[in-house]
Unconditional design. Structure first.
Length: 342
């Protein structure tokens, strides 16, 4: 009994000692001063007030709006200014806008090339004058400090493999609906298509035509192909914004579900997931516009504060592709939603 009381007494002393120690330590901790983060001011000063200019091929569609919104979200919060110059599918207007921007000297110009040649000299000139050029999704023949975009060869291979697989046991007749032949996205995608077709000599390409990213042209081309080839089993399309016309022709011919249509795009809800769920597209390979915008913004922040000479590096960020099929088209997060206001 006496031993038990002694143990309890010692335990009470130990607890009291701990409490006293804590009481002494806590005020000392509370009185200590915070540390000034040593890199924050330099980061903020490097970005504050800098202008990033964006020249899409045109503004009023999901890709351009999504990239712009993503850049604004990330860069304006860091004190930067984001401006847009919209050539509205006019390459001459785009070249004029690019030329004017070089004179205005923004920190960065983000360019969505209509083809591989139009802006080549302007890209070189901009970087020679100290302006970083970031190319998005469609390359020029002139490399710049950074490219962010899809691996078009991979997209072409994925779409064609899916079409060929769907044609097994059928006619093996397929059609190709290209975008603009002079655009990098179209030329590189076609290379991917050719890579796969080389492995399947039994597959017959009955039509390989360019619709120039125009849904009406894509519809007209497809209508003709289906009339001439009522046993067509698959179509490789090069952009879902254009292939809404391709899908319309297939539907009007009563061949939805009989003709496998593969396409690609930025993964916007109405243009991709909803169309796959409705059966317009069997496969839509998404290059995920919000992630592309985030990648561009991160690259721009790094460049502007890093002091690297424009053109001194030629870096690439290929964005991860998301194949959209009926299995995941209804899953939240597979696609992104176009903002109500841009």
């Amino acid at each position: 009994m006496r031993q038990a009381k002694h143990v309890v007494k010692n335990l009470v002393k130990a607890v009291a000692g701990l409490a006293l120690g804590a009481a002494i330590a806590l005020p000392a901790f509370a009185q200590s001063k915070g540390l000034d983060e040593p890199f924050r001011d330099g980061y903020k000063k490097a970005l504050a007030g800098k202008t990033v200019a964006f020249i899409p091929v045109a503004y009023g569609f999901d890709l351009a709006i999504g990239w712009h919104q993503g850049l604004k979200k990330e860069l304006e919060a860091a004190g930067m200014k984001v401006v847009v110059r919209d050539p509205n599918w006019n390459t001459n207007a785009g070249a004029q806008a690019f030329t004017a921007l070089i004179a205005e000297k923004p920190a960065v110009i983000v360019i969505h090339n209509p083809d591989v040649q139009t802006y080549a000299k302007l890209i070189a000139k901009a970087e020679a004058e100290g302006i970083y050029v970031v190319q998005i999704n469609m390359r020029s023949s002139q490399a710049s400090t950074a490219f962010v975009g899809a691996d078009w060869v991979d997209i072409g291979e994925r779409m064609t493999e899916a079409v060929v697989e769907s044609c097994k046991g059928k006619s093996n007749k397929i059609a190709i609906v290209q975008g603009a032949p002079t655009a990098a996205a179209s030329a590189y995608t076609l290379k991917g298509v050719e890579n796969i077709l080389a492995k399947y000599p039994d597959v017959k390409v009955v039509s390989n035509q360019a619709a120039d990213w125009d849904a009406a042209k894509a519809k007209a081309l497809t209508q003709t192909v289906l009339k001439q080839n009522p046993d067509l089993c698959g179509i490789v399309g090069f952009w879902d914004g254009m292939d809404i016309g391709t899908a319309a022709a297939v539907k009007e011919a009563g061949m939805t579900g009989k003709v496998f249509l593969a396409t690609s795009g930025g993964g916007e809800q109405k243009g991709a997931c909803d169309q796959v769920k409705a059966g317009a597209y069997n496969l839509d390979v998404s290059y995920d516009v919000p992630t592309q915008a985030s990648n561009m913004a991160a690259m721009i922040k790094w460049l502007v504060q890093g002091g690297l000479k424009p053109g001194a590096a030629k870096q690439n960020i290929y964005t991860t592709l998301i194949p959209i099929t009926k299995d995941n088209a209804g899953v939240e997060g597979t696609c992104w939603k176009l903002p109500a206001k841009s």
